[in-house]
Each structure stands twice: as structure tokens, then as C-alpha cells.
Unconditional design. Structure first.
Length: 196
């Protein structure tokens, strides 16, 4: 028996229209609840604050450590060779104290007393030494005066220079050499006074 169109309740007509407008369900309509995807297949961002902080702290520590070690190496190279001290100007080992008028002498005042380098320069010139320069040292708290020489051949002149100033300490070091030229350098400390 044919069914007349337009018959039936309004709810039945709506249900039939909904079914016709919607395609049938398949396996892609049911998404598993444990699937960690959001939107277009993106997983939620995981918070890794402590891990990031730990890596940053480790990298910072390594960079600081390498920097400190590098500065230590640079300081050793710039500071020159370690000073080798002799017991005094009257020591029996090595060459005797001599005056070398050809030697270039630099006098540095490493104290807070003004005019000390100039007074030492006057004393040295009276003993026939050639004073090339006088200046204040980069530090002003040196206790013991020292004559520095750059090569073993200058030891006798260094002893003679120390004797002229009444200094008892000489040391081998290339710290004060300028432009590869060896010279004698007097560093006046708190133990030296112009009244000697």
C-alpha cells in the first residue's frame, strides 16, 4: 500500500530529514580517548622549565670555568717568566757586580712616596748609569726593592745597579722588557729611601 507523502508527524519528518542530511558514521568518527592530539594533530606543549634551567646553569658554569682558566693562562703569559732571585748583590755565585754605562735603565716607583724614582735616577747617574726613563709603577704597595734583568748576561750589571742603590735583591724576568729589548728595571719598594 503506497504511503502518502506528507503524512506522519512532524517529528518523524524531522528525523528522516536529519538522516538524509548526515552521512552514516564510520570508524573515523570515533576518536580514542587516550590519543594525545589537539587540533591538526599537534600534541600539547610539555612544560620543561626545570630541565631548561638546569641546562642553562650547566652551560653558564662551563663558560665561566673556561673563561677563568683562559684568563689564568693569559695572565701567566703576559706576566713573563717567573722571577729567579739571587741572594743579594754580594753573593759569591755568578759574575761580580759591574757598572755598565751602555745598559738602559728604567726606574719605577712602586710606593706612595712622590719623587722616589727621580731621587734614585740622580743617584744612578752619579755612578755613571744611563737612566732611560723614570715613572710610577702600576702598583704602589711593593715592600722590597728589586732590580730585574732579562738575560743571564745582565746579571753582573744588575748586581752593580743594585749595589749603587743599596738594594739587596735582584731577579731574572722578562716582564719589563719592551719591544724585545732587554733592559734593567729598578722597582723601588717601601724599603728604599732617598737618604741612602
Amino acid at each position: 500500500m503506497p504511503v502518502a507523502i506528507g503524512t506522519g508527524s512532524r517529528a518523524d519528518r524531522k528525523t528522516m530529514a536529519d538522516r538524509a542530511a548526515r552521512p552514516p558514521r564510520d570508524r573515523f568518527d570515533d576518536v580514542p580517548a587516550d590519543l594525545a592530539r589537539v587540533g591538526a594533530h599537534r600534541a600539547p606543549v610539555r612544560r620543561r622549565g626545570w630541565v631548561t634551567f638546569a641546562w642553562a646553569a650547566l652551560a653558564t658554569g662551563l663558560l665561566v670555568g673556561v673563561g677563568v682558566l683562559g684568563l689564568g693562562v693569559i695572565e701567566q703569559r703576559v706576566g713573563g717568566t717567573a722571577a729567579t732571585e739571587t741572594a743579594g748583590t754580594g753573593a759569591s755565585s755568578g759574575p761580580a757586580a759591574t757598572v755598565d754605562p751602555q745598559a738602559q735603565v728604567a726606574v719605577l716607583n712602586a710606593t706612595t712616596t712622590t719623587g722616589l724614582a727621580k731621587a734614585a735616577s740622580t743617584t744612578l747617574e752619579a755612578d755613571d748609569w744611563t737612566v732611560a726613563s723614570t715613572a710610577n709603577a702600576d702598583v704602589q704597595d711593593v715592600k722590597t726593592s728589586t732590580v730585574y734583568y732579562g738575560s743571564d748576561g745582565q746579571l753582573g750589571a744588575a748586581k752593580g745597579l743594585a749595589k749603587s742603590l743599596g738594594i739587596t735583591r735582584t731577579a731574572k724576568s722578562d716582564r719589563y722588557d719592551v719591544g724585545g729589548r732587554s733592559r734593567l728595571t729598578v722597582v723601588l719598594g717601601a724599603d728604599w729611601s732617598a737618604s741612602r
